[in-house]
Design a protein around this ligand. Structure first.
Ligand SMILES: [Zn+2]
Length: 282
């Protein structure tokens, strides 16, 4: 994939306020130490206590985040992909598309959909219309699921933004909360999000895009996304976890279905191919 870093306008960086790094309750000992420090240095350290005593979240969005150059590059990558996917949806849906952001977190996070842990994997919350992602998932994708590569990661981002599109145009209304099974509305929605991710892949395959400031796929990239789609099919995940396949508990579709849906979007680039009746957009 060819891409260049942007201004991170598609990112809400909550890595410094993640739930697992709860603020340590400041005990009386710390207060005494800070008092002594204030006295010794002339700086009022005690006032810092009051500014920074939120219940579970100590650092602000720009708070101290222990990071690496590689991780920062990954943040830029997520931003670049999210930007491109959203530009593409803006083209398809016109004024009906509303931009959103990817909330980056570590370990655990509070969303309008409740609290979530990284183990849940990336998700979209219709309540606040945001995508939530712990960058650690990409390591899992590479190591545990055997799906490395930039486009595998981009597919995950595009899939989650696909849920945002479904929410914006009301396609998610018929999915009942908690209903699972091979024929459930949940599986249908997930497969459609895969198809939507494929639609972006179609758009991003056009040559000359990188020169025009967009993300551009390179030969062989599609394979990475297909491998990722195959890696996270319900049948494969169930087999990995329990050794058997339970279709009545499917939530996302089989590996074969996920690959097929993604390919359908990627081959055609058309909403219609993803099961959406096309209305006039303005
Ligand atoms: Zn999904």
């Amino acid at each position: 994939m060819e891409w260049s870093p942007g201004d991170r306008g598609n990112i809400e960086d909550m890595r410094g306020r993640s739930g697992a790094r709860r603020a340590v309750p400041v005990g009386i000992g710390a207060v005494i130490v800070l008092g002594l420090l204030s006295w010794a240095t002339g700086t009022d350290f005690l006032s810092l206590l009051n500014q920074d005593s939120g219940p579970a979240q100590s650092a602000g969005p720009q708070g101290q985040v222990q990071t690496t150059p590689q991780e920062e590059r990954m943040v830029d990558f997520v931003d670049a992909v999210a930007n491109d996917v959203q530009d593409a949806w803006g083209q398809v849906l016109g004024g009906r598309y509303e931009r959103t952001r990817i909330v980056l977190f570590r370990d655990a996070i509070e969303s309008a959909c409740g609290s979530a842990e990284s183990a849940t994997g990336p998700f979209y919350c219709p309540g606040d219309r945001k995508v939530y992602l712990d960058l650690g998932f990409f390591d899992e994708l590479t190591q545990r699921f055997g799906a490395p590569g930039d486009f595998a990661k981009a597919y995950v981002i595009a899939h989650e933004l696909g849920h945002h599109v479904q929410h914006l145009i009301g396609l998610d209304e018929r999915a009942q909360l908690g209903a699972t099974g091979a024929n459930s509305a949940s599986v249908a929605l997930e497969l459609q999000a895969d198809c939507f991710a494929g639609m972006w892949g179609h758009a991003a395959s056009e040559s000359g895009r990188f020169k025009a400031g967009h993300v551009e796929l390179e030969p062989g990239d599609a394979e990475q996304a297909l491998r990722a789609a195959a890696a996270i099919g319900d049948d494969r995940l169930q087999k990995m976890a329990t050794g058997r396949v339970m279709p009545d508990r499917f939530t996302h579709g089989t590996s074969a279905q996920r690959v097929e849906s993604f390919k359908r979007g990627m081959d055609t680039g058309e909403l219609r191919a993803c099961g959406v009746a096309v209305r006039g957009t303005d």
